[in-house]
Design a protein around this ligand. Structure first.
Ligand SMILES: C[S@@+](CC[C@H](N)C(=O)[O-])C[C@H]1O[C@@H](n2cnc3c(N)ncnc32)[C@H](O)[C@@H]1O
Length: 359
């Protein structure tokens, strides 16, 4: 393993990671996570469950060679845009190109036909059909990735609960007094959101001179060999129910795989989700085995695990498994409060387990 001499040269925490409403994002905790491991010697990092890329981006800002990974295609595209990408940004012309209709192009209407009345208004569905078509005419894969990032974030921002788990456009459009959500944000045009997120994405692009990469694999299939592996899997609550990211964000998966979207949809579902693909990380009965397989696979790396105090397995069980393979295991409760969407446990806390030493 490559071991650069200490002390590290920590660049300032700029450029910033874009804001996001993605479930489980560690954007607000990222610098705290980096601080818990800054005394350790490491250079190559695998962010095995990368999500928004917030933790990858923090390590990238700190001069590490980062490999981002996520099993979802949309997230992989985000990893390409914000982590692997070192040079490419969207110009004003690119942004204008994505938001305009071009007479020389034929526009499909798949979203407008398929999702009528489910997530967005007819006009908004049409905007998405047009934007997805336009993105494919941008002449650089990183530009395309940045544009998909901005379209996806715009779509999340406009959704009640910021999810696609239900057919609930009515929550947005009904003329009632609401105790939750932000109707102004929901009703703001796609184009405005898109322009803002494109600007934020551009500002996150940086070149540290270190090679960074994005992968789209099951975490258990990534080749080992990193100095440090950060593990932030879906969280399973005390009742054994896990966060199924594919079910929550299927619509974004479709946006980045537009041509194959029809064949991937479960047409029997009311909200036109993708055909479910259950995995071990969303099941209380199987998640323990998955954690232990992952720990064994990356046993020669420093292992850093994010989890919740009220999760299955418990942080103390996770720490016990890590002690079987690592001599130095420390559990750090996050000193601040993190707000969890859809959570019913106000006492839940974020926990970071750092396992180092040995091999
Ligand atoms: C808690 S989120 C990670 C959040 C991330 N640390 C951030 O700051 O945004 C868990 C992520 O794991 C991904 N995931 C689920 N199953 C996976 C698997 N088998 N392999 C890789 N990624 C997976 C999900 O798509 C989701 O983005």
């Amino acid at each position: 393993m490559h071991q650069p001499p200490l002390p590290f040269n920590w660049p300032p925490a700029q450029p910033a990671m874009p804001r996001t409403r993605y479930q489980g994002s560690k954007r607000k905790l990222a610098d705290w996570i980096g601080d818990q491991v800054k005394h350790l010697r490491f250079h190559t990092v695998l962010d095995a469950f990368g999500g928004t890329g917030a933790v990858s981006h923090m390590f990238k800002r700190r001069g590490k060679a980062v490999t981002y990974n996520d099993i979802l295609r949309f997230n992989y595209v985000v990893g390409k845009a914000l982590i692997e990408n070192t040079r490419c940004t969207l110009s004003a012309d690119d942004v204008n190109w994505v938001v305009s209709e071009h007479p020389q192009l034929d526009y499909p209407d798949f979203i407008e036909r398929t999702f009528a009345g489910i997530y967005f208004t007819t006009r908004e569905d049409r905007w998405l059909d047009v934007a997805c078509r336009n993105v494919r005419h941008l002449n650089d894969p990183y530009k395309q990735a940045l544009a998909y990032f901005a379209i996806g974030q715009a779509a999340i921002a406009k959704r009640p609960y910021n999810l696609f788990h239900r057919r609930n456009l009515y929550m947005r459009t009904a003329n009632v007094k609401r105790g939750f959500g932000n109707k102004t944000t929901w009703d703001r045009p796609f184009e405005d959101h898109f322009r803002n997120f494109a600007t934020e994405a551009n500002q996150a692009v940086l070149d540290t001179g270190q090679p960074c990469l994005a992968l789209n694999l099951d975490a258990l299939d990534v080749q080992p060999g990193y100095d440090l592996v950060y593990i932030d899997p879906p969280y399973v609550n005390g009742n054994g129910v896990g966060v199924d990211y594919r079910a929550f964000y299927h619509f974004l998966e479709g946006l980045v795989d537009y041509d194959r979207w029809p064949e991937r949809i479960d047409w029997s579902s009311k909200h036109r989700c993708l055909t479910p693909r259950p995995g071990p990380w969303t099941r209380g009965a199987r998640i323990g085995t998955a954690f232990r397989s992952l720990f064994r696979r990356f046993a020669s790396s420093i292992l850093v695990v994010s989890y919740r105090s009220d999760g299955i397995p418990s942080p103390s069980l996770l720490a016990g498994w890590l002690r079987e393979i690592k001599p130095n295991v420390r559990v750090h409760p996050y000193p601040g409060r993190k707000k969890y969407a859809l959570s019913t446990n106000p006492r839940a806390r974020e926990v970071l387990i750092v396992a180092a030493g040995g091999t």
